[in-house]
Design a protein around this ligand. Sequence first.
Ligand SMILES: C[S@@+](CC[C@H](N)C(=O)[O-])C[C@H]1O[C@@H](n2cnc3c(N)ncnc32)[C@H](O)[C@@H]1O
Length: 211
Amino acid sequence: MPIEQTEPKKKYWEKIRELEMTKFPEFKNIEVYTPPDTKEYFYFSPSWYFHAGMITEADVKDLIRKDSKILSVGSGPAFLERMLADLGIKKENIILSDINEAVLPKNFKYFVFDMYGKWNIPEQEKYDLIIFPESTFLHERYEDDIEKEKALYGLISEALKHLKSGGEIRITHNFAEIDKYIQSVRERLTRESNGVQFIENNKRVLTVKMI
Ligand SMILES: C[S@@+](CC[C@H](N)C(=O)[O-])C[C@H]1O[C@@H](n2cnc3c(N)ncnc32)[C@H](O)[C@@H]1O
């Protein structure tokens, strides 16, 4: 009897990779795209975020099932967020934001503000998930550890004002030394007892959960 050859099961991020190659030709050959008309920013493919673990298949199912609201801070042209809408998350539940209005797709609800300043979002707006997809530039903006720690604390505190209980904040980063100042940020947030349950760093993704 011939032995049946079975294809190895595709990981979810690999499925997303296939989808994005058709949906976004920018990422056909590479997962980071630099628009030719600007040297300012580069953008990341949706699969890149699934691969990094910032968002998982279980998250997508959960977000759909619970009708959850997401805020993306520094979404840029929102490749990830547009893919999430294609995967079944309601478009009206995906809110974008950026410092630069010009890059934001106009067919989504969005806010324009500097994440390091006062957030231009009505106080009553609350989200289940707040993501910072490759947008903080913490390691480039600030020189010393004290400044970085202060800036990280500021970002999390501002995001917490708009997080529902049980919600999560997820920040992607690529700076190894982040562990140095997460501890003090965690201690400070715990001391202020504003409902923060944990701060966890998983290689590329920092997660903050609200009780
Ligand atoms: C590297 S791009 C990533 C964009 C998108 N999240 C992605 O994954 O393709 C960084 C984005 O963050 C935005 N950004 C940079 N500094 C910001 C700030 N201080 N406040 C809000 N957005 C900012 C930029 O305008 C840009 O769209």
